[in-house]
Design a protein around this ligand. Structure first.
Ligand code: ATP
Length: 457
């Protein structure tokens, strides 16, 4: 567990107070496992997504972007195995009916439940350790039998029978859209293998116990890449993808290496060759998964070939084969939470405590704030508005003339704005302004002709 003074409760209340994240449907009491991104949250989220997209699509020669429909033919989820085996083991507290996730409760005791275990085997393991497990709500220690609970969320899209006989499923994972469009991408873009398809998409899971704020929600977004390779070349590419994904967090998002670690899966599903998670050390919660990197063999394209009757093999100079896949799948809500946790800070400036969000420039929701030195001097306000108008068409900017300068600085520091620009009486004479930096409070006089390039990064 990290050894700093941040607590997750503090970060959650900060996120709400400053317009980053709100509980969903809050005026009706909120819904467990659902959150809304507020005015600053959506900017930060979009900036994380844009950086991911740049790194995984634009900067790569052989990766193609995709945005597939959320709903899919229900047979997709049969073929992928989700209708049968996409489940978590659940038991219910006999006193207050709260549901617990049996594998996660066992994990807290240092006991690993094997993903391949049958209900009976899990029950036996649960029985062995039950005496140490308490209901998180009422503290009760009597539980129902362990049951496998399927996480897919059903809908009646296209089913007018009113009997809910033929459910459509919301995606349990976003990546299925990539497999379904493999042939379309090959036929339209003619990529040379190895090549990748990248997508950011929504996923929905009926999580038994949503918890830890954005960490375990019932609706979330995943940023996925699938690299299609020749059979048997998985070892060559797996380590490369692992290294690239690690570098995105440390070099691009500037997350400190000490707060990240690798964890290899002990229990692989039958078709997988290898699986590693990147974990982040969340304040109060400790290390947990933010992204999985999976060596998946030919499983996905094979099952969809068989179920659809469409040949999903790749033809390389007359040689046909089903490509193998290396997948990276990152949860954007969890990354958003890691970013807030990483850059939220309390320090001291000019002898006073301040809250500062030390976001890298490219992630900051607002890049620059513009102030007139005094609110009641129309000539200063007019000039500051002129500067604001110059900047806001180039980058997200804000204008603030309320309270004194010190308070305005503090407000911008809290939300991570890298630069504040103040227009004063000298500005009216010589067209220069004071630019103050968030991180160290340093101030510099800058000619207006250079302001754009100064605050750009
Ligand atoms: P976990 O073991 O925590 O349930 P998982 O191994 O099932 O996660 P994957 O299916 O590999 O997760 O999904 C890829 C990524 O999607 C995860 O690394 C995580 O960041 C994100 N993710 C998965 N489930 C959730 C959830 N309920 N809420 C938010 N993000 C999630």
């Amino acid at each position: 567990m990290r050894n700093d003074e941040k607590s997750m409760d503090e970060i959650i209340s900060f996120a709400k107070r400053k317009g980053f994240v709100f509980p969903s449907s809050e005026i009706y009491g909120g819904v467990a496992g659902l959150y809304d991104f507020g005015p600053l949250g959506v900017e930060l989220l979009n900036n994380i997504k844009a950086d991911w997209w740049r790194k995984n699509v634009h900067e790569k020669e052989n990766y193609y972007g995709l945005d597939s429909a959320i709903f899919k033919d229900p047979r997709v989820w049969e073929a992928s195995g989700h209708t049968k085996s996409f489940s978590d083991p659940m038991a219910e507290c006999k006193t207050c009916n709260t549901r617990i996730r049996v594998d996660k409760e066992l994990e807290k005791l240092g006991v690993q439940a094997d993903e391949k275990m049958s209900e009976a085997e899990l029950q036996e393991l649960f029985d062995t350790h039950k005496a140490q497990i308490k209901c998180p709500k009422c503290g009760g220690s009597e539980f129902t039998e362990v049951k496998a609970f399927n996480l897919l969320v059903k809908s009646n899209l296209g089913d007018f029978s009113g009997k809910e006989e033929n459910p459509s499923y919301l995606p349990g994972e976003a990546c299925q859209g990539i497999y379904l469009n493999f042939k379309n991408v090959v036929d339209s873009m003619h990529p040379k293998i190895p090549f990748g398809i990248a997508q950011i998409g929504k996923a929905f899971r009926n999580e038994i116990s949503p918890r830890n704020f954005l960490f375990r929600t019932r609706e979330f977004e995943q940023a996925d890449t699938q690299l299609f390779i020749r059979p048997g070349e998985n070892k060559d590419y797996y380590d490369k993808i692992k290294e690239e994904r690690w570098r995105w967090y440390t070099e691009s998002l500037k997350i400190s290496e000490k707060n990240l670690r690798w964890k290899q899966h002990d229990n692989l599903v039958f078709y997988a060759k290898d699986a590693w998670d990147i974990e982040y050390d969340f304040p109060s919660y400790g290390f947990d998964e933010i992204e999985g990197i999976h060596d998946r063999s030919d499983y996905d394209l094979t099952v969809h070939s068989k179920a659809s009757g469409i040949d999903l093999s790749y033809n390389e100079n007359g040689e046909k084969f089903i490509p193998w896949i290396i997948e990276s799948s990152a949860g954007l809500g969890r990354i958003f939470l890691a970013v807030l946790s990483e850059f939220y800070d309390i320090d001291e400036m000019d002898g006073k405590k301040r809250t500062v969000l030390r976001l890298p420039h490219k992630l900051a929701p607002i890049k620059v704030a513009v102030f007139p030195l005094l609110k009641n001097k129309p000539e200063l306000v007019a000039k500051a508005r002129e500067v604001f108008d110059m900047l806001r068409y180039e980058m997200p900017a804000s204008f603030d003339d309320s309270g004194n300068i010190g308070k305005r600085y503090r407000r911008q520091d809290e939300i991570g704005t890298p630069y504040c620009v103040t227009v004063d009486f000298d500005s009216l004479e010589d067209n220069t302004v004071t630019v103050r930096s968030r991180d160290d409070g340093a101030q510099k006089r800058v000619p207006l002709s250079e302001i754009f390039s100064f605050v750009k990064d």
